[in-house]
Design a protein around this ligand. Structure first.
Ligand code: PLP
Length: 245
């Protein structure tokens, strides 16, 4: 992930200026959405989704004050986390995770967002214990209720309680809360309202499970309205990714 000839990106280069302007706009958007929702902006964490962008962009964002970064593919994430290990960032893995990748992900991920099955919980727990780390887990709730062909992963709301018990029983993991992705082509408001309900039920039994990871560039406002504590923002911060990703 290192570009030839670029070791330390200049804090004053054009890309840094572009990211600074985008970041200011994203923070302002979060602040406005919080104001409308009657929430404290400090209750929402910006997670910068840096997938497809180089490690130098991660460095630039770190210089600009971003502390949380997210990736969705293990190989790319692993390379970038290693290249940026001195920056003290919190690494979030937000993609669909296959059990054969957990050993790698456990080396760098602080938070894994899309956990939706018992087998994955067990594998992640073993991997975390092996590397001597504790990983925070968010249970992905499928928000595709009533949608004919679900594609975006996640457990059904009624499965969440059992999965939460599985995480609580895993010494290598801690239960952070829930995560959701609004279905394409439907109202994100309704989807995030459902996610909030599932989060409230979960919190009743697991007071530590306070996080709601919801909202991306296009629907962060609606997610904040429905209690998101972590918004995952890629394109409005870094620019449009090449198509196909
Ligand atoms: C890519 C991605 C995002 C960021 O999406 P943008 O629309 O670029 O903000 C958020 N969450 C997940 C799970 C992603 O894969």
């Amino acid at each position: 992930m290192t570009e030839p000839g670029v070791n330390e990106p200049g804090v004053n280069d054009a890309r840094t200026a572009e990211l600074a302007a985008n970041l200011a706009a994203v923070w302002l958007g979060i602040a406005r959405a919080c104001e409308k929702a009657g929430r404290d902006p400090a209750s929402v964490t910006l997670v910068a989704v840096t997938k497809t962008w180089p490690a130098d962009d991660v460095r630039r964002l770190a210089v600009l004050g971003v502390r949380d970064v997210a990736e969705n593919r293990d190989q790319e994430a692993s390379d970038k986390a290693q290249a940026c290990s001195a920056l003290g960032l919190r690494w979030h893995f937000v993609g669909q995770l296959q059990t054969n990748k957990v050993r790698s992900v456990a080396r760098y991920a602080d938070v894994v967002h899309a956990v939706d099955r018992e087998r994955l919980i067990k594998a992640l727990d073993r991997a975390a214990i092996d590397v001597g780390r504790q990983i925070r887990v968010l249970l992905q709730v499928s928000l595709e209720q009533g949608i004919a062909a679900p594609t975006r992963g996640g457990a059904r709301p009624e499965e969440i309680a059992d999965l939460a018990d599985g995480v609580e029983a895993a010494p290598g993991l801690s239960l952070g809360g829930v995560m959701g992705v609004a279905p394409l082509g439907s109202d994100p408001d309704a989807a995030f309202a459902r996610l909030h309900e599932v989060a409230e039920v979960l919190r009743a039994g697991h007071p530590g499970a306070m996080w709601i990871s919801a909202g991306m560039s296009q629907d962060a406002d609606q997610a904040i309205r429905h209690g998101a504590t972590h918004v995952r923002i890629g394109s409005s911060l870094l620019g449009n990714r090449p198509p196909l990703r």
